[in-house]
Design a protein around this ligand. Structure first.
Ligand code: SAH
Length: 359
């Protein structure tokens, strides 16, 4: 598959010139036949990376509690659409649903929809979540117009493409992927004419060599979700690694079998992602008239939802070995030097100001 993908990319570059990093990322991950996400399950020990819901059931359970609590704060609507973007193996949602089984009226009101591009992962989700009869959507814009929405997305935004702009002695250039001696290589092309409108203010006095990342794909996603919430109510929760304030930095990374590798080393076989600019996300959403909660660190978010109490309850009936696993999962999910510090949670919602749990 990756040989076909490389062949496709080469032809694109020969026919149309070097690709900006965003276009490259979109093809490498999402080409309908050869993209990284298409034919495989990238998660877990046998894959390339591990995510919070795959580390511990506590993560999905607490997201479920957050959803049920937010639903109540929104007035317990009789019908709503529960949407997950990029559900992976369906683990988060399975844990969330199990944890909310006893919340009166919540399951009866929810209709589950999953936004997923990967046929392989859709199959995994179908197996895991058959009890809840989900619908699958290709993108958030396919969400129907009626009723409130509760949307969750964990490690989804980092997979959406970013473009990279580099400050040179002669102004801004755009990083691109071209060909060099038969292989792929990074180069620099001219920046688009409307670039200054895309770059944050912080980029104005950037030093030579600075890289700024901009993700039109994420801003469009945030805008689309916010519009949908503004129209018929609801809330969305985003959890991902990223930064609260825009700053210079090249955060594009490739991960292959649980190790970092060069972005061009294993095209089509390595996961590509970039840190999420939560400031840009909040800005794109606010423009549509929704309110923003956070971002806060994942550690603070989970602590405030009661992860310690949940860990203690799980440990009560656990073997010594399981107790060790629970403690180490708790540390990974909440530790400042682990995911707890690197990841952030942010919510957007429609209507009057609310105190959403976790923020
Ligand atoms: N949320 C899961 C999986 C994270 S991996 C977890 O935490 O374990 C990223 C997920 O997003 C995968 O399910 C991948 O197939 C999906 N995905 C990536 N890009 C997408 C896109 N453009 N549209 C829809 N789904 C996408």
């Amino acid at each position: 598959m990756s040989a076909e993908l490389r062949g496709y990319l080469k032809r694109q570059i020969i026919d149309h010139g070097p690709l900006d990093v965003g276009a490259f990322m979109a093809i490498a991950l999402g080409h309908p036949r050869y993209g990284y996400y298409m034919g495989r399950d990238p998660l877990g020990r046998g894959g390339d990376f591990t995510t919070a819901p795959e580390i511990s059931q506590m993560f999905g359970e607490l997201i479920g509690v957050w959803c049920a609590d937010t639903w109540a704060k929104l007035g317990s609507p009789e019908r709503f659409l529960l949407v997950e973007c990029g559900p992976g193996r369906g683990t988060l949602m399975a844990d969330a649903m199990r944890a909310t089984k006893k919340v009166p009226g919540f399951h009866a009101a929810a209709r589950l929809a999953l936004v997923e591009i990967s046929p392989a992962l859709r199959e995994a989700q179908a197996n895991r979540l058959s009890l809840y009869q989900p619908d699958w959507l290709a993108q958030v814009n396919d969400i129907g117009p009626d009723g409130p929405v509760l949307l969750v997305a964990n490690e989804f935004l980092d997979a959406l493409p970013v473009r990279q702009f580099v400050k040179t002695a002669r102004g801004w250039g755009e990083r691109r992927v071209g060909l060099n001696g038969g292989g792929f290589a990074f180069g620099l092309g001219p920046a688009p004419s409307g670039l200054t409108g895309l770059l944050p203010e912080a980029a104005r006095d950037a030093e030579e060599g600075s890289v700024f990342e901009v993700s039109p794909a994420r801003s469009h996603f945030a805008r689309d979700v916010a519009r949908r919430l503004a129209k018929s109510g609801g809330a969305a929760l985003f959890i991902d690694y990223g930064y609260e304030r825009r700053a210079a930095g090249d955060t594009l990374q490739a991960v292959y079998r649980h190790d970092h590798c060069g972005v061009l080393d294993h095209i089509g076989d390595a996961d590509l992602s970039a840190h999420v600019d939560f400031e840009a996300l909040a800005e794109a959403a606010s423009k549509e008239g929704v309110l923003v909660a956070g971002p806060v660190s994942q550690g603070d978010f989970l602590q405030s939802l009661g992860i310690k109490v949940r860990a203690q309850a799980l440990a009560e009936n656990a073997s010594e070995r399981q107790k060790g696993d629970i403690a180490s999962a708790l540390q990974r999910l909440t530790g400042k030097d682990a995911m707890g510090g690197l990841f952030r949670a942010m919510a957007i919602y429609a209507g009057d100001p609310l105190h959403l749990s976790g923020f």
